[in-house]
Design a protein around this ligand. Sequence first.
Ligand SMILES: Nc1nc2c(ncn2[C@@H]2O[C@H](COP(=O)(O)OP(=O)(O)O)[C@@H](O)[C@H]2O)c(=O)[nH]1
Ligand SMILES: [Mg+2]
Length: 359
Amino acid sequence: MGLEQDLNEILEKAREELDTELRIALIGQPGAGKSSLINQIMGKKIFETGVHTDTTSKAEEARLDKMYIVDLPGYGTNRFPFHDWVNEFQPQNYDLYLFVFNGKLHESDAQMFQALKEWSDEEKRGRIHPLFIVRNFSDSIWDEEKTESELRNEIVKDVREKIQDESVKVYFTSCGRHPEGIDDLKDAIINADIPGAKKSKFISSFRAKTLDDLKVKRSSMQDSVKLYAIMGVTNAIPIPGSDIIFDLSIIYKMCSDIRETFGIDNETESKLKKYQIIIPTSNTVFQFATKEGTKILVEKLSKKCAGKMFEKFIPFVGPAVAATSGCALIWEIGNSYIDDCYDIAKRLMEKMIENEKKK
Ligand SMILES: Nc1nc2c(ncn2[C@@H]2O[C@H](COP(=O)(O)OP(=O)(O)O)[C@@H](O)[C@H]2O)c(=O)[nH]1
Ligand SMILES: [Mg+2]
C-alpha cells in the first residue's frame, strides 16, 4: 500500500469519526419519566417534562451538536401494535436505548426486548446496541407490607423473566425532588460497549457535575484532538514564515469543540470575575475563542515549532500522517488547549462545590 493511499484512508476514517453522531432512543410509556431522565443525565433541559400532547402518537426529537435523541411513543396500544410501531419508527437504527418504566411490564415489552436482542446481535449484524433498563420513580416504590429491597427484587425478577435473561441489570432512578441513581446510569453509559467515536459524543455533550466528569471529558477530548490533527492536513495551506502547512479553520473548530465539551461559553468570563478566580495570563482559552486570536497564536506557535514534536507524535498517528508537519502542531495546540480549558472548568467546579457546601 502506497503512502498516499494509506493517508487517504486515515483521513477518511478521521472525518467519519468526527462527523458521526450518537443516536439515543428513549422507549417507554408516557409519564414514565423519559424526558425527565434524559434531562437529568445530560444536566440540561433537552425535553419539556410533564407534557403529553402528541407524545402518544409522535416521536419527540432533539438534535444536539453531536447527538440525536428521540423519545419514541409507546407501543402495544390500539394505535401502535408492536409491529406497526417498528415499521413507523424504525427503532432498530439507534446506537443506544434507554427503556424507562414505572409500574408493571406488559407482554408487548417482552416483545420489544426480544426484538432489540435480535437487532443488536453482534455475530449476525456485527453490532451491539446496548439497552439500559431503567425503573424510574424509585422514590415511589413503597408498600407497607414489604421492605424496599424486597420490592426492588420483585421488580428485577419480573424484568428478567420478560427479557429472558437472568443477569440483566435494572437501574433504579428517581427524577423527583431528590434525584437518585442518575450518576450510576450515566457512568454505565460512559462505559457502554459502543464505538469510541460515538461514546465521545456523549461525553462531550453532558454537563459536568464532578471533577471526575471533567477528567473523563479531558481524556475523551485528547482522542478527538488526534482526529482534528489528521483532518488538518486535508485543506492544508502554508503558514507564512514557516514550513508548516495546515488548515486554520480546523484549529478554530477544534478549539470551539474543546470549549463546548468543558462547558466554556460566553458567560464563563463573567463567572470567573464573579467568583474572583484569577487565571494565569498564559492561559489561551479566550484567545482561541476568536478567529483573529487563533490566527495570531498559530502563526506565533508555528514559528516556534520544533522537530522534537514529531517524535512525540508519531506513535499516535503513524509516520505517514506525522510526516505532514502541520499535523503535529495541531495536535500540540489541541492538547495544550485541553489543559487550559480543563483548568478553567476545574476552578469553576471547585468554586461551585465549595458554595454548595456553604449552603
Ligand atoms: N416523583 C417523581 N416524579 C417524576 C419522576 N420522573 C418524572 N417525574 C414527573 O413525572 C411527570 C412525567 O415525566 P416526563 O419526564 O414528562 O415523562 P415522559 O412522558 O416519559 O417523558 C413530570 O411531571 C415529572 O416531573 C420521578 O422519578 N419521581
Ligand atoms: Mg416526554
